[in-house]
Design a protein around this ligand. Structure first.
Ligand code: 6GU
Length: 246
């Protein structure tokens, strides 16, 4: 997958050099290219923002640098990228969206600072690219850069060959299938007793059927306790009799 990121803070993305995503890049599974938005300004101050029409606090990102930058990155590509614009007013970025993005050959991120990008930029590209405004949660960040890090990590780990153990994607909280809408339960490793706390004996039993049942029970209990609105969405028909007793 190719990923381009246009930002006034390309140095914000050094975390993408390390760990899982860094290794995926070294392996050639992920081709991440960073661009300085100010390279597409033409004034001595390399200005990217201006005051909002209609008044109000803060500044808005000017359309011209974004237009030139996006045109330059997209070039004459026959299969253009999906343009992802992180904004708290976008549709929610969920595991479902991550799975959708993981199928794309090319993503272009346009993270904004200040109060956002002049809306005509999204209108202009909507006729040429698939433009997706997405938010990562119900809170406000100082800019879209941290959201891009979140999205790239969520998508990158889903790409074939990135995770050592392919099974771990299927067991994720929110993964479609048996664990849909369920939070993952607690996990344990050696030693069997630590500071007096025991590992639940069922996990040492070797009874794989009973262990799977126990894990599902734990996932249900945790979901009910921590995410009641998710638990309410669980399809009663998908719950078996033992689930419904929890
Ligand atoms: Cl994508 N951007 C900003 N600035 N704040 C956010 C967000 C994005 N998602 C949640 N809050």
């Amino acid at each position: 997958m190719r990923v381009d990121i246009i930002s006034i803070f390309p140095e914000y993305f050094t975390p993408l050099d390390v760990s899982l995503i860094g290794k995926a890049r070294q392996k050639g599974l992920l081709d991440i290219r960073l661009h300085q938005l100010r390279d597409w300004t033409h004034d001595v101050h390399r200005t990217v923002d201006d005051t909002p029409y209609g008044g109000g606090p803060g500044m808005v990102m000017k359309p011209e640098p974004w237009g030139e930058a996006i045109d330059a990155v997209v070039g004459a590509a026959t299969t253009p990228p999906r343009l992802v614009v992180p904004t708290p007013s976008g549709r929610p970025f969920t595991q479902e969206v991550a799975l959708e993005y993981a199928k794309e050959p090319w993503l272009l991120f346009a993270p904004a600072r200040y109060e956002g990008i002049d809306s005509r930029v999204m209108a202009e590209y909507a006729s040429r690219l698939r433009v997706d405004e997405v938010g990562i949660g119900d809170y406000v960040l100082a800019g879209g850069e941290a959201a891009v890090l979140v999205i790239v990590e969520a998508v990158g780990r889903l790409l074939p060959g990135v995770l050592g153990n392919a099974g771990s994607v299927a067991d994720d909280s929110f993964a479609p299938g048996a664990m849909a809408d369920l939070l993952e339960g607690p996990v344990y490793t050696k030693p069997p007793v630590w500071r007096g706390h025991e590992v639940p004996p069922i996990l040492l039993s070797g009874n794989h059927g009973a262990i799977a049942r126990w894990r599902r029970d734990q996932a249900l209990r945790r979901t009910i306790a921590k995410r009641p609105e998710l638990a309410a969405r669980l399809d009663r028909r998908a719950l078996d009799k033992r689930d419904r007793e929890i």
